[in-house]
Design a protein around this ligand. Structure first.
Ligand SMILES: *Cc1c(COP(=O)(O)O)cnc(C)c1O
Length: 385
């Protein structure tokens, strides 16, 4: 089976992890800050906080921004459930904004319209989570403008987008948002097995997230409410979690970051090749905004169901039967039973549903060969006829 995504592990990666196993620290040693500095330096962010998953990063990002009961968090319905669940963890309410049919990202026009309505009804969101689907950045300058007008904060869920750029700057620079989150799950672009990171240019947000990832405990005398009792002393000043990343994960991350540019460049080669190979098939290939450079976590095609005599499911099953590990990113979150129970109906977000009826993620990973890609093409040709 050719998978839709796969990690790329080198001998240098393996050696980096083994070195940690032989060292004094398996957790809370020097590798985590080294990894943070490496990612922050690469993308041009002031602070980076490594955690055990992007899901944890989204949670502490929402808490640091003050999200709580009575507040609203809005995001795209076409995303992994974690982009919305983070709002529920904080006791906030979640709503969605339909996608742009061209980029499949949260549509800025739909957002503007929904904000206008929400303002009239006094239920404006506190946070909008902008998901860079497949690695293509959202229209961040437009989102930023709206955030200034309506007073909401922006979290970029850049789980698909490390190494990508928006208007010439790396995603994660924080130019148009408060906090950016990366995921290092093995199917993503860079991996630490499990892992995530929250980046910000704001000192206070960084300090809050630092507390929240480790029980709300500090050893910094400047943050303490009273004088230290002695060298053993620490204080719990907030209710945090154990969301820390291990040294093993961070060492893998440092080593992987050395090849980030190579990884993304190879993904772009594969995407260009797919664009050419699929040009005459009844599918819509991804549209790339000229202002941006995608991280290209995913390569999603939409079937032209008007031009074929097969159903979406037929094509999907045929590809799987032929050993192509295609996938579907994503089942619109508002149709999940847990969200349906909150009153969402599938027709609430028609563009998201239209996408769901046609989308297929083709294999896309840095270690993929041209021969494997040719195999995907042949299988797709057969599946469509
Ligand atoms: C993978 C992913 C997450 C969650 O990442 P984890 O590191 O697995 O917690 C969140 N949002 C999006 C868009 C993702 O693709």
């Amino acid at each position: 089976m050719i998978p839709y995504g796969k990690q790329d592990i080198s001998q240098a990666d393996i050696d980096a992890v083994l070195d940690v196993l032989r060292s004094d620290f398996l957790t809370q040693g020097p590798k985590v800050p080294e990894f943070e500095a490496k990612v922050a330096g690469h993308v041009g962010s002031r602070h980076a906080l490594a955690v055990n998953s992007a899901t944890s990063a989204l949670h502490i990002a929402c808490l640091a921004l003050g999200l709580g009961p009575g507040d609203w968090l809005w995001t795209s319905p076409v995303t992994f459930v974690a982009s919305a669940n983070c709002g529920l963890y904080c006791g906030a309410k979640v709503d969605f904004v339909d996608i742009d049919p061209k980029t499949y990202n949260l549509c800025p026009v739909a957002l503007a319209a929904k904000l206008e309505e929400a303002e009239a009804e006094d239920r404006l969101p506190k946070i909008v989570v902008a998901v860079h689907l497949c690695g293509q950045p959202c229209d961040m300058s437009q989102l930023h403008k709206l955030s200034q007008r309506y007073g909401f904060r922006i979290i970029e869920d850049a789980s698909h987008a490390i190494g990508g750029k928006y208007k010439g700057e790396f995603i994660g620079s924080g130019r148009f948002s408060d906090i950016t989150v990366f995921s290092f799950h093995p199917v993503k672009i860079v991996t630490t097995a499990e892992g995530g990171m929250a980046l910000t240019n704001d000192d206070d947000l960084a300090s809050r997230m630092d507390l929240l990832r480790s029980h709300g405990i500090t050893r910094d005398p400047n943050l303490m409410t009273r004088k230290s009792d002695g060298p053993w002393y620490y204080q719990q000043i907030d209710l945090g979690f154990n969301y820390r990343m291990t040294e093993l994960q961070a060492a893998l991350g440092v080593s992987q970051m050395e090849r980030l540019n190579v990884f993304v460049a190879r993904r772009h080669e594969l995407a260009r090749r797919y664009d050419e190979l699929l040009a005459n098939l009844p599918v819509t290939t991804p549209w790339q905004h000229p202002d941006s450079y995608s991280g290209l976590h995913l390569y999603v095609v939409r079937l032209r169901l008007d031009k074929i005599n097969k159903s979406h499911r037929d094509v999907f099953e045929s590809l799987r039967d032929q050993g192509i590990g295609v996938n579907l990113h994503y089942i619109p979150v508002h149709t999940q039973p847990y969200y349906e129970a909150m009153g969402f109906r599938s027709h609430d977000f028609p563009e998201a549903m239209a996408y769901y009826r046609e989308a297929i993620s083709l294999p896309m990973f840095q270690g993929m060969t041209d021969e494997q890609q040719d195999q995907v093409l042949r299988a797709l040709e057969l599946a469509l006829t």
